[in-house]
Each structure stands twice: as C-alpha cells, then as structure tokens.
Design a protein around this ligand. Structure first.
Ligand SMILES: [Zn+2]
Length: 392
C-alpha cells in the first residue's frame, strides 16, 4: 500500500490539498483524473468513494483502477494542471461515523456470539449488516448497549501495520484473505479488524449507534444500523412520529402502542356492530318489498359481497323479484351483486363496465363486480335494461 500519495492514510481529517494532474482520460462514467497525491478516498472496504471538487470541477466519485486513484468528473482537467482539491467533508465524516460504528457493532457481535460479518453495505440511509448466526432483537439490543458504552469511553481508534510475525499471533476479523502489508484497525474493548477505510480518531465522535431492524436469513441475521448524525436524525423523526400519535390519541408517549391497540379493538367492535345493524335493517326492509317486483335496486354500505349475494338471493326467492341488484360502498367505488331469475345478465355486465368504468362479470343469472357512479344514474340504467328485456 503506497500511502505516500494517499493523503487520507496520513490524515483522515484532511479536507483540502494542492496537487497536480498526472493524467486525464475518458472513461465509462466520465473523465478519470489521476493526481500526484490526493485526499479523496477511493471506494473500498465497503466505504463509498469521496466526492468534492478539483478547482471548480465537481468530483462525482473516486475509485481505484489498476492501482491508481481515479477522480471521476464530467469535465476534463489538462495534464500538468495545478489543482486545489476539496473533499465534501460532511459526507466523508458521515461515512467515517458509519464505518467506525460498524466496526464496533460487528466486533461486539463477534465478541459475544462468535459470528462473522458476512455482508456489509453502507447505503445512503442505513448500514445493512449480515451476520453468520441467529440474533434475536434482545441480542441486538445487548450489542447496541455495549457498543454505545464504547462510545462513552471515547476510546482511540488505532491504526497499525503489524509485521507478518506479529500478524500471525494476532486475532483479528477479516473479510477476505489478505496479501502484503495488512492495515489493522483496533478499537480497544470492541474490535480488531483488517480494514483499508477511513475512521474517526476517537469513538466519542460516532455519537450514537442505533439498531433499526432485524430479519432472519437462511444463513444468519440481517440487521440495519445507523450511527452519528444519521442516528440523531432517525431518533428525531421517530420522536416526531410518536409525539404526533400521542397527541392524536391523548396517550402518554410511552404508551402509544397500547393506545393504538385499544383503538383497533374499538374499531373492530364498531364495524362488527354496524354490520349487525345493517343486516337487521335489510331483514326489516325485505318485508316491505312487493312480490314480483320486476327490478329491485338497493344501495347500502358496510357489508361484504357474500352478504350482498345472500340478500339478493332472498329478494329473488322470497319475493319472486325479476332482478335483484344490491350495491355497497367500498374502498374502490361500489361493489355489487346482481341476480336474476329469468333475464340474461351477461349484456348488463358489459353495459355496467362501459358506462361506469366497472370491473365485473359472471353468468347469465348472476353478475358481480365493482363500478363508479351515482346511485340514481345506476338505478335508471338498470330499470331501462329490465324494461327492454321485458319487451322482448
Ligand atoms: Zn474500517
């Protein structure tokens, strides 16, 4: 590892530097600029490449290509140009917070459970980690608590390059077989790991490590964490959400889930009772329907299609109606069931689909589906259809 011209290895906090363009070629993603020396960290070890500017030219990404560090830009810079480089420090420091926090978290999982980190993705929003064994939410909570204790102790994060002999005796985590000089990153009490990324000087700079989620995977556990400013933003967002729920339900902030549970139970109960009332009304209504009504149309709400069909059946069988059409207001327009004892309903189904942007179908004696329309208009169409059929 040639650290002489890789300024980020001498000082991960260096944000500006002066250098010279060695080459500038057109690549797949833009111009690829190589400098004599640079503070721009190239994507590697799970850490994304830096962004920033070279003079006024924005650097979109930084990568390692055939051993050289290439700065990817949309504009060229001539070979020999003297450049003043500035890295996007907010972004880099965020990545350093995430990356350093990940070391501590994975190190403690290894310490407590003996699992390896078998997947690491430092995304725009969160860090996704895959561990080689099962971890419960409580396990992760224990790891989170221990990891944050390491932050309170404000431990130094040490970088070393042990000799092959020293390395042979050292126990450290490593994602792949390493060759040549190995860079060891040590967080006292938490982790020893081979890594080429940039890290904060002391653990206190990470601020907060927060576990967000867990899911079991075929060969272990996938978990999401956030560190530093991201963790603060997360806590702020979740706190706002919880406060809003707390106000809406007049519940203490620590009891919002209990309040939601209660609300849900009340809602189910109300729905159930409302259905009972509607079904009772329909029963009463049935008594008033005249025998042999040619077309009976009813608009109701709060019942499902099974009940619609049952009621339509009763109208046909008990009242000998020609056509029974029952509608109920739903989430997506109106649901309906239409039954007939003798009239062919298939053309009616097509007519309703056309006239009322409906979706439905069925047999000549029963059609069902959904549509959008005004009750009076629908009623008129149904009556006209029944009359037309009766004339034939
Ligand atoms: Zn690292």
């Amino acid at each position: 590892m040639d650290t002489m011209n890789e300024l980020f290895y001498q000082d991960a906090y260096r944000t500006v530097f002066d250098s010279e363009v060695i080459s500038c070629t057109k690549g797949k993603h833009g111009y690829e600029i190589v400098l004599k020396e640079t503070s721009f960290y190239p994507e590697g070890g799970g850490q994304p490449g830096d962004q920033g500017t070279l003079n006024e030219v924005p650097v979109k990404d930084t990568r390692r290509k055939n051993g050289a560090i290439v700065h990817i830009t949309d504009l060229p810079l001539e070979t020999g140009t003297a450049v003043h480089g500035t890295i996007d420090w907010n972004r880099r420091f965020d990545l350093m917070q995430q990356h350093s926090g990940e070391h501590i978290f994975s190190g403690i999982v290894h310490q407590l459970f003996g699992y390896e980190n078998i997947g690491f993705h430092l995304g725009e929003e969160t860090i996704t980690l895959d561990f080689s064994g099962p971890l419960t939410w409580e396990d992760l909570r224990t790891v989170e608590t221990k990891a944050n204790e390491i932050l309170y102790r404000n431990e130094p994060i040490e970088i070393s390059y042990p000799s092959p002999e020293e390395l042979a005796l050292l126990e450290y985590r490593s994602k792949k077989e390493l060759e040549g000089l190995v860079r060891i990153v040590t967080v006292p009490g938490a982790d020893v790991c081979a890594c080429c990324g940039t890290h904060v000087h002391r653990t206190g700079e990470i601020g907060l490590i927060k576990v967000l989620s867990t899911a079991s995977r075929k060969n272990g556990t996938r978990t999401e964490i956030v560190c530093g400013r991201r963790a603060l933003r997360y806590v702020q967002t979740v706190t706002d959400q919880n406060l809003a729920i707390s106000h809406l339900l007049s519940a203490p902030v620590s009891e919002t889930s209990v309040a939601v549970e209660r609300l849900r139970a009340e809602m189910l109960d109300s729905t159930y009772r409302l259905r009972g009332i509607i079904l009772h009304q329909l029963e009463e209504n049935l008594k008033d329907i005249e025998d042999h009504t040619p077309v009976y149309v009813l608009f109701t709400e709060g019942i499902d299609t099974q009940e619609l069909r049952k009621y339509a059946n009763q109208v046909i069988e008990e009242k000998h109606a020609g056509i029974a059409a029952i509608f109920t207001a739903g989430k997506e327009g109106m649901q309906y069931v239409i039954l007939s004892s003798e009239t062919d309903l298939k053309p009616l189904s097509r007519l309703l689909n056309e006239r009322f942007s409906g979706r439905g179908g069925g047999s000549s004696q029963m059609i069902q589906g959904s549509l959008h329309g005004e009750p009076e208009e629908i009623r008129t169409v149904l009556q006209a259809y029944a009359e037309e059929k009766a004339d034939h």
